[in-house]
Design a protein around this ligand. Structure first.
Ligand SMILES: Cc1ncc(COP(=O)(O)O)c(C=O)c1O
Length: 400
């Protein structure tokens, strides 16, 4: 019998596309019709699934999509997505023919890259769509703000480049307002110098990521580049200038085993948790191989019957153990929410990130292919047939 024909593990990531649609249209209404939303859907749409997120983002008002790599851009065009795509990372010269052929937008970060794109554009008789990347203090990628005039004078002599935009990226928008505003002011100055050197106005000036969108409306300029915000996972939900965004991701499973433990008995690897009194523990079929980090061992709650119960002991590769003594009579098959809302309670990605001393973006990207993605349009709207199909496509090579 094929293992794929039975649903052996009820555990999945539920992605509510309505939440993403609402988040983008909310954002659009706050920004106004003239400002472009460049929806950041790199890293498989922050783990939510790049293609479905792209489709929803475009239908809800995003005018451009941003990914990190050429391969991610090609995944979108293969899915027949026709919207303009900006590749945020520096691209190798060998990728220039593909970039120009597909009309992808790419950052200009040095002279060599600009020359390669110019040559390819001439060879293909098509423009290379480029955005000048200005380094205003992140010191990761881009032309130093103080070199921008000289750089743009060189660009002006390269045929085939269509300069569509100019952008920068903030190093610490959630934590350091002074440095963020300094970066913004450096960027505005660099834009002035670039336009003077080129002799024309650059259409799209953009710098704001989610946190800057929420906190610094002066950074909105012509376009914004939200990632976390569109998935409803900003570190501070709501925020000064934004309505509350709805989280799109729920990690749902069911209890697979229940067993009593007596006071003093330890559970899981390393025996790091000992029952303080007689209780019941339950097993959840989700472990660190699914992306539920081992750093959450003895360091997280999950929701059962709308109540928080603690994760106890070390998280294993394939399972997590919870103490269900407080709810009484826990049953195999009962629904558990590990991230998301159940009843009135919720476990947010921000909470998980804080417990693991990391950022929300990393948590959203943790979850591996072993967890099927289920696409819904309202919370809780999961159809078992789709779940079985999703398992089939993942485990189609597995036979028992
Ligand atoms: C250049 C660039 N712009 C925008 C974003 C989106 O950031 P956030 O998820 O904070 O909105 C990222 C994310 O890493 C990025 O690298």
């Amino acid at each position: 019998m094929r293992g794929s024909q039975i649903l052996t593990r009820p555990a999945w990531l539920e992605i509510n596309l309505s939440a993403i649609a609402d988040n983008i249209s909310n954002l659009k209404s706050v920004l106004g019709p003239q400002r472009e939303i460049i929806a950041v859907i790199k890293a498989d749409g922050y783990g939510h699934g790049a293609v479905p997120v792209a489709q929803v983002a475009v239908n809800s008002g995003a005018g451009m999509l941003a990914v990190a790599f050429v391969e991610e851009a090609l995944e979108l065009t293969d899915a027949d997505i026709k919207t303009e795509i900006l590749i945020l990372s520096g691209t190798p010269r060998e990728a220039a023919p593909t970039i120009v052929e597909y009309g992808f937008h790419v950052p200009l970060t040095d002279v060599g890259g600009a020359e390669a794109l110019s040559e390819t554009a001439q060879a293909q008789n098509r423009p290379a769509k480029v955005h000048i990347k200005v380094d205003t203090g992140m010191h990761r990628l881009g032309v130093a703000a103080e070199d921008i005039s000289e750089y743009c004078e060189r660009l002006a002599s390269l045929p085939g480049l269509s300069i569509q935009g100019i952008f920068t990226h903030f190093a610490s928008s959630p934590t350091d307002p002074q440095f963020t505003l300094e970066q913004l002011s450096r960027f505005k100055e660099a834009v002035g110098q670039a336009e003077a050197a080129l002799g024309y106005c650059i259409p799209l000036k953009h710098c704001a990521n989610s946190c800057a969108i929420v906190r610094y409306p002066e950074s909105w300029l012509d376009a914004v580049r939200p990632g976390a915000l569109i998935y409803g996972i900003p570190r501070n939900p709501g925020g000064v200038y934004m309505p509350t965004m709805r989280p799109a991701m729920t990690l749902r499973t069911t209890i697979s085993h229940v067993k009593p433990v007596t006071a003093g008995q330890a559970v899981s690897y390393g025996r790091t948790w000992k029952a303080p009194h007689d209780t019941q523990v339950a097993l959840l079929p989700v472990g660190y191989a699914d992306g539920y980090s081992r750093a959450l061992s003895n360091n997280a709650d999950v929701l059962v019957r709308g109540q928080r119960v603690p994760v106890v002991g070390a998280i294993c590769m394939d399972c997590t153990i919870i103490d269900v003594g407080s709810i009484g009579g826990a049953q195999v098959g009962e629904e558990v929410v590990m991230i998301g809302q159940q009843g009135e309670e919720s476990i947010t990605i921000a909470e998980i990130a804080e417990r693991c001393n990391t950022v929300v973006q990393e948590v959203a990207c943790w979850f591996t292919r072993r967890l099927p993605r289920m696409y819904t349009h309202e919370p809780g709207d999961v159809r078992v047939k789709e779940l079985v199909e999703a398992h089939r496509s993942i485990f189609s090579d597995v036979s028992t």
